[in-house]
Design a protein around this ligand. Structure first.
Ligand SMILES: Cc1cc2nc3c(=O)[nH]c(=O)nc-3n(C[C@H](O)[C@H](O)[C@H](O)COP(=O)(O)OP(=O)(O)OC[C@H]3O[C@@H](n4cnc5c(N)ncnc54)[C@H](O)[C@@H]3O)c2cc1C
Length: 431
């Protein structure tokens, strides 16, 4: 019997340290107008590097990675508890060396990269000396990879890439881009594309503009045009035609980590609305005395606890199977659940704060946008729900009979009576 919902005391001490460290030292960095990913900004580095060193000294650096890559090998459950603390403080993932999209990019170079690629790109990425971007989505198609038209063509010396990519997060800060391009248009659907490592200063890479998510003053979702971009043959990442399989490895972990951080965001929102509920005075007491407000607090608590347990259970399954593919259904399920829980809690938090809630003095409307983003980035909710349903229905694929004979109460009662005829048993007992 191995169900246990407790954190071991030694690890809890680390989490307690993290809570205070993030609140006292890391959160304020997000208010200075510096971008966490701007690794060439001297002021940013002056502030961030000593904090990263403190994290390393505590043995908490890059906890998503195994020891062979300089991480701690804590596994996903512990990472889930840590990410809950990191969610909501914009600099926290950078300070702890586990920021998206670098985590996913590092993961695939570690899995599929050549020794040279690891030395040149992975090592500085893991040290946060550089940052990277993942360049997959195109202006004319995101959810459906078969609509991608960026091509890479091979000649004797290497590859030439042509096309446009959209929403390549952090393209403007990145040292290199991981680009997905069609290399084999006539191959089966999942083998048409390959991945390439493209240094951002390669001639022909043009950042058309940096789009912002609504409300951001400076955007970092890069719209990138690739015109006759030449990369040597050894810049292919993994096998030719392997992009689809590689991106599934990458996105599986990324989705879980987003969900973990979203638990943290929701916890902060619940905390804020609870404080407001008990402190906002009315003529008879506080607004928390109204049942209508209590319902909103209760719904938020219930939904958050459900979501958190589901995320941790999924993390536990990843630790158990060590294979994202075996946990596909639950990863898709938490991805689909995340925007709804986040949006509902953010919306209630705003509402309970009244005018202050919608004002630009509070971060809550940003959370609402964040919730919308979680329903789109890494694939829209609908696509993930389809995955959940398909995976779930697999266990029923051998069911050939129509439902009626199995479930009809009349039929079942008749079968039950054949098995145990209570009347006859009673008669026999009486005799
Ligand atoms: C903040 C942010 C960061 C991102 N970062 C990156 C990044 O770093 N790299 C990268 O490559 N991409 C990135 N993306 C892009 C993201 O992966 C795409 O936005 C996403 O895959 C959806 O594609 P789309 O925007 O083209 O929407 P579309 O594909 O046009 O879909 C629009 C809507 O159509 C509906 N829809 C689409 N397909 C289906 C379906 N099969 N079934 C039912 N309904 C459907 C859904 O309602 C969906 O929301 C990011 C996006 C955001 C918002």
């Amino acid at each position: 019997m191995a169900w246990d919902f407790e954190t071991d005391p030694e690890f809890q001490k680390k989490l307690d340290w993290m809570e205070e460290f993030v609140r006292e030292k890391v959160e304020p960095l997000g208010l200075l107008g510096i971008h966490p990913y701007d690794v060439k900004n001297l002021r940013r580095n002056e502030l961030v590097r000593p904090l990263q060193q403190e994290v390393k000294d505590r043995g908490l650096w890059a906890c998503h990675l195994g020891p062979e890559l300089g991480g701690q090998g804590y596994g996903q459950v512990k990472l889930g508890l840590m990410n809950e603390i990191l969610g909501g403080a914009s600099f926290a993932p950078i300070v702890f060396g586990c920021q998206a999209p670098d985590t996913g990019n590092a993961e695939i170079i570690a899995h599929y990269g050549t020794p040279e690629q690891k030395t040149r790109y992975l090592a500085p990425l893991l040290a946060n000396e550089i940052v990277s971007a993942f360049s997959m989505t195109e202006p004319q198609g995101g959810s459906d990879p078969t609509s991608f038209i960026t091509t890479a063509t091979r000649d004797d010396e290497g590859w030439t890439i042509n096309g446009e990519k959209w929403f390549s997060t952090n393209g403007k800060w990145a040292e290199f881009l991981i680009v997905m391009a069609v290399t084999d248009p006539d191959a089966p659907r999942h083998e048409r594309m390959s991945m390439f490592i493209v240094p951002v200063d390669t001639p022909g890479v043009e950042i058309v503009r940096n789009v912002g998510v609504y409300g951001q003053e400076q955007g970092s979702e890069s719209y990138i045009r690739y015109t006759d971009v030449r990369v040597p043959a050894d810049h292919l990442l993994g096998e030719r035609g392997g992009a689809f399989a590689i991106s599934q490895t990458r996105l599986g972990g990324g989705r879980v980590h987003h969900a973990m951080r979203t638990v943290g965001n929701c916890r902060r929102l619940l905390d804020a609305m609870s404080r407001r509920a008990v402190s906002r005075k009315t003529r008879t007491g506080t607004i928390g005395d109204y049942q209508a407000v209590q319902m909103q607090i209760a719904d938020s608590y219930i939904e958050l606890e459900q979501f958190k347990l589901f995320v941790l259970k999924t993390a536990w399954m990843i630790d158990k199977h060590q294979d994202y593919r075996k946990v596909r259904k639950d990863i898709a399920a938490i991805k689909a659940l995340m925007p709804k829980v986040y949006r509902d809690i953010a919306q209630r938090c705003i509402h309970i704060h009244g005018s202050l809630g919608v004002s630009n003095e509070m971060p809550f409307v940003g959370s609402l946008i964040g919730a919308m983003v979680m329903g789109i980035a890494d694939g829209p909710t609908e696509v993930h729900k389809v995955t959940v349903a398909r995976q779930h229905l697999r266990q029923y694929r051998d069911v050939a009979d129509p439902i009626f004979p199995d479930y009809s109460l009349i039929e079942r009662r008749a079968r039950a009576q054949d098995m145990y005829d209570p009347v006859e048993e009673l008669v026999e007992a009486a005799e």
